[in-house]
Design a protein. Structure first.
Length: 94
């Protein structure tokens, strides 16, 4: 199961880092580290729990890699990045 730590969710299979830059105005990036290659879905969830954006079929290789997230259409507010792959869900604040 996942072990929640400030700014990072750690799982035996994968990790997700903090989003940068903070605050983001046009594009943001989050680094995901995978033990094996996988296909992921990236969702942006707003403070009410509604999904406001989704990126499907993100190809991740083994090791660390950034995922670019366009945020220019989001209104100012609190969001969460959710990356789901291989049955594992990783989250970090946007």
């Amino acid at each position: 199961m996942a072990d929640a730590r400030r700014g990072q969710i750690v799982d035996a299979a994968a990790t997700i880092g903090n989003v940068s830059p903070q605050p983001a105005t046009s594009n943001a990036s989050v680094t995901v580290t995978m033990p094996v290659a996988a296909t992921a879905t990236v969702e942006i969830i707003d403070a009410s729990g509604a999904r406001v954006a989704q990126i499907n079929d993100v190809q991740l290789s083994a090791g660390p890699q950034p995922i670019d997230i366009p945020v220019n259409t989001l209104v100012s507010g609190a969001y969460t990045v959710v990356v789901t792959t291989n049955g594992t869900t990783l989250t970090t604040p946007l």
